[in-house]
Design a binder for this molecule. Structure first.
Ligand code: GMT
Length: 379
């Protein structure tokens, strides 16, 4: 199949999923055309079955902002026609689904039928999409898509409740490549970071408000106050990084905290970590937690959104009430102090990732979904 994939190319879960999906589909014999304003950050090199089409930015004095959504539609039309795409798969509703619906209409006017599959990821539904500025367009674009998937049951439910969408939404959970995301042997960085055998707490995110990164530092401060020999690694970057750094200094724990910025790959850092923490205020799935689990790192996460679907009953870690810093501290401390418990949960985390979220289990679900959408559209 020839598939056009559109996503945000920057650091963030939806872009990661779209890119990893494209790479996995290419390995399975499909031809993949990424269409975006920049090469997706996890793409690496293009190959003979992966292509990248950049959406250019044209400026003109009367434009307030560059109309990216329209430039994207034009590029979708161009790629679909000349590369003979079988399907457009867009990740994140705003504006990608809308651009794709417009592209589909233009293609139809040329007698070309290219179905549109939209995958909902999270903040496109839970935060940005519900803003009245976008809500009617998001609702229309979801309903007008030929196929809609959501990354968790929680997100599917939220989409029905918040938008009054009527069409079927199929849940296809996120996935991880369990070969690339697996624990690596002890490395020099670990020895230098933890000269006295300290334990490592890790957090990975884009430091947006919804990630509650100050809570990570507060939990870490509580752990140090309890006398636990632990270091904190913070991976990623975003709007709340400065405030989080300042808090670490105010609480005088900064000497034990490393802000590593955007990192790729993260599997090496996860491999030297003992516990992963995700105190998010909302998380439709929690891909970063899944990647940690695949690397055998037990997780401590908020009990909201799609996180219970990922973790509950797996023995891979703990779910804590949203915003309850004391509960997060207690659960993390338990894992850091009890080597046997941590080892048990680490093994369960890896096993759970392999059994339920391995790339080889989930990617065929997308292939089957594409087939069903194409069959319906051409019937
Ligand atoms: O985490 C983010 O804020 C980025 C966002 C995105 O769309 O790039 O992530 C969302 O999609 C990920 C991939 O499906 C999910 O794993 C994240 O849980 C989800 N983020 C939120 O719901 C806040």
């Amino acid at each position: 199949m020839k598939i056009g994939i559109t996503c945000y190319p920057v650091y963030g879960g939806s872009g990661v999923v779209a890119t990893e999906l494209g790479k996995a589909l290419a390995r399975r014999g499909h031809q993949i055309h990424f269409i975006s304003y920049q090469m997706p950050f996890r793409l690496g090199a293009v190959t003979d079955s992966i292509f990248f089409h950049e959406v250019g930015a044209t400026t003109y004095p009367i434009f307030n902002n560059h109309p990216y959504s329209l430039a994207l539609s034009s590029k979708m039309v161009d790629v679909a026609r000349y590369e003979a795409l079988d399907l457009l798969h867009v990740h994140y509703a705003i504006p990608h689904a809308t651009s794709a619906i417009l592209a589909r209409a233009i293609l139809r006017s040329h007698g070309i039928e290219v179905p549109v599959v939209t995958t909902l990821h999270g903040t496109d539904i839970t935060i940005v999409g519900q803003d009245p500025t976008f809500a009617p367009v998001v609702t229309y674009s979801i309903d007008a898509s030929d196929g809609v998937t959501a990354v968790s049951q929680a997100l599917r439910k939220e989409t029905y409740e918040a938008f009054g969408v009527t069409g079927e939404i199929t849940v296809i959970p996120n996935f991880v490549n369990v070969e690339r995301f697996s624990r690596r042997p002890e490395c020099d960085m670990h020895r230098r970071l933890c000269p006295k055998g300290e334990k490592v707490l890790v957090h990975v995110s884009n430091f947006r408000k919804v990630k509650n990164t100050p809570h990570v530092v507060q939990v870490f401060y509580n752990l140090r106050r309890r006398g636990l020999p632990v270091k904190l690694l913070l991976v990623g970057d975003g709007p709340d990084r400065t405030a989080t750094e300042h808090l670490a200094r105010e609480l005088c724990v900064h000497d034990h905290v490393r802000f590593l910025g955007k990192q790729d790959p993260v599997s090496g850092i996860l491999s030297l970590s003992d516990v992963f923490i995700m105190p998010s205020g909302l998380e439709s799935f929690g891909l970063a937690a899944l990647e940690a689990m695949a690397c055998g790192v037990p997780v401590v996460c908020s009990d909201i959104g799609g996180l219970p679907e990922l973790i509950a009953g797996s023995g891979a870690g703990f779910l804590c009430p949203l915003g309850d810093v004391a509960a997060f501290t207690d659960s993390t401390a338990m894992l850091l102090e009890d080597d046997a418990l941590r080892a048990r949960m680490a093994a369960a985390a890896r096993a759970h990732a392999i059994r339920h979220f391995d790339e080889d289990i989930i990617v065929p679900q997308y292939e089957a979904y594409y087939d069903s959408v194409r069959a319906r559209v051409t019937a």
